[in-house]
Write a protein that binds this ligand. Structure first.
Ligand SMILES: NC(=O)c1ccc[n+]([C@@H]2O[C@H](COP(=O)([O-])OP(=O)(O)OC[C@H]3O[C@@H](n4cnc5c(N)ncnc54)[C@H](O)[C@@H]3O)[C@@H](O)[C@H]2O)c1
Ligand SMILES: O=C(O)CC[C@@H](O)C(=O)O
Length: 630
């Protein structure tokens, strides 16, 4: 045991449990009352006034007990409900209460009738629980409390703790001002404001340390704990207005998350990335070598989109930074937009719409054609190209496709052996090739000339795949009958002014890179990518990482997990096992995956370990990153 003589004084309501017990009791006793909600909110109001010290505690207790109208028989159900409502990190660190039982006290203004049975399961005996007791009438109704108990009076916790005459450093852990006062009175040495369930400004402002969970408390005290590094210490920076569900998902997991609406320039990101463990971006933010060099803590980059060429994937890998993306979430959205654009272009809807906006009625069938029976050329038959193929056939189009990879035709789609074959035959050409830099100016003057006269060109892939001046010439000369462009060689980092040579050309639909920007897609991405991030941080899983050896692992129970990322050179694995053997660690599972440059080894170990083993593992030559999970 680390610190001899230190004493830990815990509050009960909203600290050891996620709730205020009297609120739960109110739910039980008032469940059949018509005005239940009103009474409960009145009780909560009174509870908060008492906790923050705005009314005397005695008054708060008296008023609540009257409103509660509870009976002794209700207490059994209350205890069983409270058992389900132990704070998450208290529950996961039950061993701490077991191992330090002698040094742990509960001082609460709640009631022993429900606190004792709960904390007993955490090895805190009734003799170290200081709390109020109820008074019952002859029929068993709760009619009051023992007024002689110091805890029934204002700031009673001070007197209670004083009377205990505890020796050694006394640390108080609680959510309320009434816990802080013990520190203010000089009887406790430190006050930890416990915010896992509620954050009370009055308590956090005064605290020596704000602890969002027990993991953090154990971490700062260097005490044994369930997870080696508290999640609240993991900083996540989300840029480019990613869907707020991502913020909610990651915050609920306990991480510290910051949301920024726009992308950041390289210079600003270099400044901001310091201390960040996880970076979330979309297509605009460039994660360059310089950014990575400035990133002292970075473990993961989450691309909340499909494309990843904005990220220096190789340098990420070399630095042990794992990159995830969302390869499927927005594909349907892009496909639906493509279908809409095909129809709008073929019917010349935008010129007709522009005319009428400027006060002109031009009812005509010129340049207005059905899509039924027309040839659609899909370039890039991947996740988007294939879905589009199916939907386009469903509205009667004949689909041709071209892909550098050997892709199986869906439905009646016809595979073209060359791009030229596809361009020659298509009434509409739509681009869905990936964001590989080799695709720069993939469609230029030569390719446009290979298209049918008056054919349409759609680019929903990446701006740089089309030579814009060639496209402009094609449109102005009439070679192209129209175009829809969603992506541009240079796109702004945030909303505002934007100039392109394509502006003002008839039958050209311009959208600001919104192919994947639907509520459905963004919400799906905001679940998908955070899940990947959490899985990596919590278990070490790298399944679906775009730049890293993939390992899928079960969550380990009752084991320690060491994650070792190293340069893939001969002998590292042997050295890892040599160190583990030297420290007599028993390996219960070991997983290795490598690529040309990097090796990723996960070792599960079944016993308490000497901290020196960690230093020794970090010292192994060619180590890139090392992390202990639990
Ligand atoms: N506009 C938007 O908002 C938006 C949204 C999502 C995706 N995208 C972009 O759409 C594109 C397609 O996405 P996906 O998920 O279908 O990708 P994918 O990787 O599943 O498919 C791309 C296909 O293109 C093929 N390909 C690559 N280069 C080629 C070339 N030179 N010639 C022929 N085929 C080639 C690949 O073999 C692959 O089959 C990507 O560039 C992506 O970034 C844009
Ligand atoms: O949302 C974005 O910024 C990019 C959308 C799209 O281009 C993608 O790569 O998924």
């Amino acid at each position: 045991m680390v610190e001899v003589g230190r004493k830990y004084v815990f509050d009960f309501d909203s600290t050891l449990t996620r709730v205020e017990a009297l609120d739960v009791l109110a739910e039980i006793t008032l469940k059949d009352k018509a005005n239940k909600n009103e009474i409960i909110s009145e009780i909560q109001k009174i509870t908060n006034l008492g906790i923050d010290g705005d009314i005397s505690f005695t008054e708060s207790l008296e008023r609540r007990i009257k409103l509660l109208n509870a009976h002794r028989d209700n207490l059994e159900l209350l205890v069983s409900e409270l058992r389900q409502k132990i704070s998450k990190s208290i529950e996961s660190n039950k061993d701490f209460f077991h191992n330090y039982s002698e040094d742990i006290y509960v001082i609460s203004c709640g009631f022993k009738e429900f606190i004792d049975p709960i904390v007993k399961e955490y090895d805190i005996p009734s003799s170290r629980v200081y709390a109020n007791t109820f008074k019952f009438d002859a029929e068993g109704f709760i009619i009051g409390f023992d007024e002689a108990n110091v805890l029934a009076s204002h700031n009673g916790k001070i007197e209670c703790l004083r009377s205990l005459k505890l020796e050694g450093e006394v640390q108080v852990i609680g959510d309320g001002y009434s816990d802080y006062v013990m520190r203010e009175a000089g009887i406790a040495d430190k006050f930890f404001a416990y915010t896992e369930n509620i954050s009370r400004e009055k308590a956090t402002r005064k605290a020596d340390h704000v602890t969002p969970n027990l993991d953090e408390f154990l971490f700062v005290n260097d005490l044994p704990r369930k997870i080696s590094y508290p999640k609240n210490r993991i900083k996540i920076l989300l840029l480019e207005n990613v869907h707020e569900a991502a913020f909610v998902n990651l915050s609920n997991e306990g991480f510290t998350v910051e949301l920024v609406k726009s992308s950041l320039s390289e210079e600003d990101l270099i400044e901001k990335i310091k201390g960040v463990h996880v970076l979330g971006i979309r297509s605009k933010t460039q994660v360059t070598k310089k950014v990575l060099d400035a990133a002292d803590k970075l473990m993961v980059v989450g691309a909340f989109c499909i494309g990843t060429t904005q990220i220096d994937l190789d340098n990420c890998r070399r630095k042990g930074v794992v990159v995830f993306n969302a390869p499927y979430s927005n594909t349907r959205s892009v496909v639906e937009l493509a279908i809409g654009q095909i129809i709008m272009l073929m019917r010349s809807v935008f010129p007709r719409s522009m005319e009428i906006h400027s006060g002109q009625w031009n009812k005509t069938a010129a340049n207005s054609r059905e899509v039924r029976g027309k040839n659609l050329g899909i370039v890039g038959y991947g996740n988007i190209g294939k879905q589009l193929s199916v939907l386009a056939e469903a509205i009667g189009m004949r689909v041709y496709y071209y892909d550098v990879a050997d892709q199986l035709a869906l439905g009646n789609a016809v595979k073209c052996n060359t791009l030229e074959d596809l361009l020659n035959v298509s009434d509409v050409v739509t681009l869905h090739i990936d964001d590989n830099k080799a695709n720069n100016n993939f469609i230029g003057e030569r390719e446009i000339n290979q298209m049918k006269d008056g054919a349409m060109l759609i680019n929903l892939a990446r701006g740089f795949v089309v030579d814009i001046p060639a496209m402009v010439n094609g449109l102005k000369s009439g070679k192209l009958g129209g175009a829809a462009v969603d992506v541009y060689p240079e796109e702004p980092g945030s909303n505002g002014n934007f100039i392109t040579e394509l502006q003002g050309i008839p039958n050209v639909i311009l959208t600001p890179h919104v192919g994947g920007s639907t509520e459905e897609a963004q919400r799906d991405i905001a679940n998908f990518v955070p899940n990947k991030i959490m899985d990596y941080i919590n278990s070490g899983n790298t399944v679906d990482a775009v730049n890293f050896p993939n390992i899928r692992l079960p969550k380990q129970i009752n084991a320690h997990r060491f994650l070792h990322i190293h340069k893939n050179v001969p002998g590292v694995m042997a050295k890892i096992n040599e160190v583990l053997a030297r420290y007599e660690m028993n390996i219960t599972g070991q997983y290795l995956s490598t690529d040309n440059e990097v090796g990723y080894v996960i070792s599960d170990l079944d016993k308490e370990y000497n901290k020196e083993v960690i230093k020794a593992l970090k010292r192994i030559e060619n180590t890139i990153k090392f992390r202990v999970l639990y």
